[in-house]
Ligand binder design. Sequence first.
Ligand code: PGA
Length: 252
Amino acid sequence: MTRRGWIGGNWKLHNTVAESVDLAQGVRRRLEGASGKVEVVLGPVFTALWSVSEVLQGCDIQLMGQDLFYEQGGAYTGAVSGPHVRSAGCQYVLVGHSERRQYFGETVASTHLRLKAALASDLIPVLCIGETLEQREQGATEAVLEEQLLGALGDVSPEGLQGWVIAYEPVWAIGTGHAATEQQAQEAHGFIRALLRRRDVAWGDATRVVYGGSVKPQNAGGFLAQPDVDGALVGGASLKVEDFAAIVEQAS
Ligand code: PGA
């Protein structure tokens, strides 16, 4: 089973519109002509999505929203929903990033609603799951991953989730400089794939599971060499053209 590599840049709450456009132009220039073996995805703040989508016109770099509200529209001040993310030019959307869970009260139940909302708006979800340090130390990693994954899925069928992406992001590795080891990543990815295969073997084999948490040019190759690691969700290192391009090149 060959799965197309996937490298996403999660820009988080960084960069104004002008800065986002600059960064996207830099990434485009740097990766122009790079082989299409790996899918490259950029995730700016909501307010920069449309401008960045214009920068990416005519090239195969894709655009990703960092979140979506699960209602489509209505009296929800401050929210941004699937149709808005889609119409701003996105193909992908993050669901359940641990920073959303930590700071914005997202729960397993709300990730399920968001996953369904993404599909309803023709967006490909990138579901983020991962354990905290405390949970890992308690030996609860697999239980947490299972709860977050199966809870987000609920009754959503594998047919609706072709081409989607799961990001395994141990919370303790995000933005800390302490990445998981390659073995820890492979173990978690293998476990996640086994959960998917339990529901549908072909789907489990086809789903891309990417690693996130302090990925840098220096450690990316080691993760990408693991049999069940299909790419990376990159935060800090995605804010520098050279670092991000170096990671993409290792995946190509
Ligand atoms: P990081 O973030 O690469 O800065 O650790 C990854 C993420 O949160 O997606």
